[in-house]
Design a protein around this ligand. Structure first.
Ligand code: FES
Length: 138
């Protein structure tokens, strides 16, 4: 493993997403509420640079007409087709088979019952070492 310095911590503004090359790999690095995240900067769906996406959150609902925004800016929306990836795990919660326009009877389910999508963006562990944001890459 080789340690790579990505940037100074102070160089990032809160909720910034930036592409940084390290060890020949393009990374999508984001800071949210002082926590840093890194993904390989390639969407597993169609190859878009995830660093061109925007941060978003999740929505929880107790029933029709009642919803609340959660996990503000902890998801990254791909710039090409809008699929959303969890910054911490890379997991997408979009299922391409469910994106067709069809009519369904409305129902509610617990968050834990949602089905994961087939795509997972590749995450890279990122940490703060002193004043620097660093990753260890093979
Ligand atoms: S390329 Fe990212 S959602 Fe399609």
């Amino acid at each position: 493993m080789t340690r790579h310095v990505l940037a100074r911590v102070d160089d990032f503004t809160d909720r910034e997403v930036r592409r940084i090359e390290a060890g020949g790999k393009p990374l999508c690095v984001a800071q949210v509420d002082g926590r840093f995240y890194a993904l390989i900067d390639r969407c597993p769906h169609g190859g878009a640079p995830l660093s061109g996406g925007r941060l978003t959150g999740t929505v929880e609902s107790d029933g029709p007409g009642h919803y609340r925004l959660c996990r503000r800016d902890e998801m990254l929306k791909c710039p090409w087709h809008g699929w959303e990836f969890d910054l911490a795990t890379g997991q997408s919660w979009s299922d391409p088979k469910a994106t067709r326009t069809r009519a369904f009877a409305p129902s509610t389910v617990e968050g834990g019952d949602l089905v994961k999508g087939p795509y997972v963006a590749e995450t890279v562990p990122v940490e703060v070492d002193g004043n620097y944001v660093v990753v260890d890459l093979p």
